[in-house]
Design a protein around this ligand. Sequence first.
Ligand SMILES: Cc1cc2nc3c(=O)[nH]c(=O)nc-3n(C[C@H](O)[C@H](O)[C@H](O)COP(=O)(O)O)c2cc1C
Length: 187
Amino acid sequence: MKQIKMLGFAGSLRKASFNRALLRATTEVAPGHMEIDVFDLADVPLYNGDIEAEGDPEPVAALKRAIHAADGVVIATPEYNQGMPAVTKNAIDWASRPPKPQAWDGKPVVIMGASPGRLGTVSAQRSLRETLSAVNARVMPQSRVLLSGAGKAFESGMLVDEATRERLGKFMNQAAEWIARLEEAAA
Ligand SMILES: Cc1cc2nc3c(=O)[nH]c(=O)nc-3n(C[C@H](O)[C@H](O)[C@H](O)COP(=O)(O)O)c2cc1C
């Protein structure tokens, strides 16, 4: 089976972030032929056209390069006030900028999110899908990982809830099949 190279990022800078932990667990349960490199957004500045005019700061250039080089992207987003937080949106915005083709163009993306609340990140994922469609990314249809009550699922940053781990593994297998199908169709 062809190796699938993914880039993953979490839209939270918090050390003990549930979404960073969810992404880490994703790297553990992904199928053997899928490799996920995690990109830390901590050094990506807030988008500013004046900064951009002087040339992309290295963390931005690195993010763009990493998305271009990947077969697909995994985004684990928190939910803030029923939308995605600035950290998630900022990364998408920077990577959508020139040169063309911009990094998201046609890129397969799988989305997930964790929240201590009851609804997981349903609203954040809705807004994330909308934004990703605006930058012409291809978001895996239908299936998603919405982890509610995240406080109970993790211990010291480890995903200890077995049912969630199993669901996450199935989800990433499905993502691998979906990306392979897209690549076959494009060949
Ligand atoms: C400004 C702000 C707004 C929030 N709004 C929501 C919300 O609308 N829905 C929700 O489920 N959780 C909300 N939360 C709680 C976050 O889900 C929680 O802080 C979560 O742990 C953040 O993700 P992280 O653990 O990956 O940092 C909010 C938190 C903050 C700081």
